[in-house]
Design a protein around this ligand. Structure first.
Ligand SMILES: *Cc1c(COP(=O)(O)O)cnc(C)c1O
Length: 396
């Protein structure tokens, strides 16, 4: 059934093979590429710098558990998630590495879950730090909870203003149920070729750290860099880098494309479900946005916007079949889309179509879609729905 495909398919533990074979569409995850990317990244880092694999949002749509396990085997030592349930999912899978929750947590229920599952929260304000301390006292938590101080140095998102960092750290230091594990901030413009704002943020971070040190407090771990900053320069690495996009094999910006060799981890595939010939003047799909100018051979493919193919790509995108680019025609529908395969009359029903990924010399990347849609590749990766089973694949 897969004789025309060179790549061996291995089913991951979450998708049973029968379900997969009958699938009209799926996401393929190349764990070898993921390992490669993580290893490339660790080569950039000095021995003192640890790598946090950011696996929030189900590892940017790749599948958090399998990505976390592979990243840890390949050189990452920390994991970053956005929410408490994302952290619990990893613990339930038996993952023991330290897990930082990058998002805000406030409620006693969240705090209890953090303590119970040994997750590590981000502290963003004195008020929230006191809620943590009080809640831990109420539940008689027996050892101090490792926490991470978040400073706002210019992103204007989570964190205490960098100018109040010393007061904040002094307060948390005093609270008996908390122990500071790291101090960090997040960069707003690390993917820009103009480093001015990033340098200003770094300067503010350094100033805040100097003020904290002036209190006689030595921060055990400092971190600032996301993917783009990690690729930009070593002075931004500190004790740890928090890498998301790059471990999935995409470059955060065009000017960073040659910094290291990355391999895209995700491919999106679907099958041709019907082939037909339509006469000149025939409209295709809802609203007949496409009308055949001459007789053409049309293929229906079993994937649509409910799977995460952006409808705004209608009549703009191309896909790969048999290593060739083929235009998509008509509006993309919820579960299906159409192709003009007139140039490839031998295409059969059941054949595999690559929507994102590589066939031979041809490649369509999340970056290509992002450019067409005026968005960023992060959003493209996160956009694929759970209706698409994730199957792991070994490249080669
Ligand atoms: C998502 C996130 C990252 C990772 O960003 P990438 O650009 O994907 O590397 C790092 N740090 C924080 C705080 C984040 O929220």
């Amino acid at each position: 059934m897969l004789s025309h495909e060179k790549n061996r398919i291995i089913f991951d533990c979450h998708s049973d093979s029968y379900a997969w074979m009958s699938q009209r569409a799926w996401v393929e995850i190349d764990l070898e590429a993921l390992s490669h990317n993580v290893r490339q990244l660790t080569k950039l880092l000095s021995p003192r710098t640890q790598l946090m694999a950011v696996v929030k949002a189900d590892a940017y749509g790749h599948g958090a558990i399998v990505v976390a396990q592979t990243a840890l085997k390949s050189g990452a030592s920390w994991l970053g998630v956005a929410t408490v349930p994302e952290g619990i999912q990893l613990r339930e899978a038996g993952i023991e590495a330290p897990i930082l929750i990058l998002g805000a947590t406030h409620t006693p229920e969240q705090i209890q879950a953090i303590a119970q599952w040994q997750l590590q929260p981000t502290l963003i304000s004195p008020k929230q730090a006191l809620v943590f301390s009080n809640t831990l006292e109420e539940i008689n938590y027996d050892s101090p909870l490792p926490v991470h101080i978040k400073l706002d140095t210019g992103m204007s998102r989570l964190g205490t203003n960098w100018q109040e960092a010393d007061e904040f750290v002094k307060l948390v230091q005093r609270l008996p149920y908390l122990t500071i594990k790291s101090i960090y901030s997040h960069l707003a413009t690390a993917d820009s070729p103009d480093p001015t704002v990033m340098k200003q943020q770094q300067q503010r971070f350094e100033t805040a750290i100097a003020q904290i040190r002036a209190l006689g407090i030595e921060p055990p771990c400092l971190h600032l860099a996301n993917s783009a900053a990690t690729l930009t320069e070593e002075s931004l690495h500190y004790d740890m880098v928090r890498a998301g996009l790059v471990i999935y094999g995409l470059y955060p910006a065009v000017h960073l494309n040659s910094s290291i060799d990355l391999k895209p981890v995700m491919q999106v595939k679907a099958r041709v479900t019907q082939v037909k010939i339509i006469a000149p003047g025939t409209g295709v799909s809802y609203s007949h946005q496409f009308v055949a100018q001459q007789e053409l051979r049309l293929a229906v493919v079993g994937i649509g916007y409910a799977d995460g193919i952006p409808r705004n790509l209608s009549n703009k995108m191309q896909v790969l079949i048999r290593g060739q680019r083929v235009p998509q025609i008509g509006n993309i529908t919820m579960d299906q889309l159409m192709l003009d395969i007139s140039a490839l009359p031998e295409i059969q029903e059941g054949e595999v179509v690559t929507l994102l990924g590589k066939e031979g010399e041809e490649q369509i990347s999340a970056e290509d879609w992002a450019n067409q849609l005026n968005t960023i590749s992060w959003e493209i990766l996160c956009g694929f729905k759970h209706r698409l089973p994730r199957v792991t694949r070994v490249s080669g």
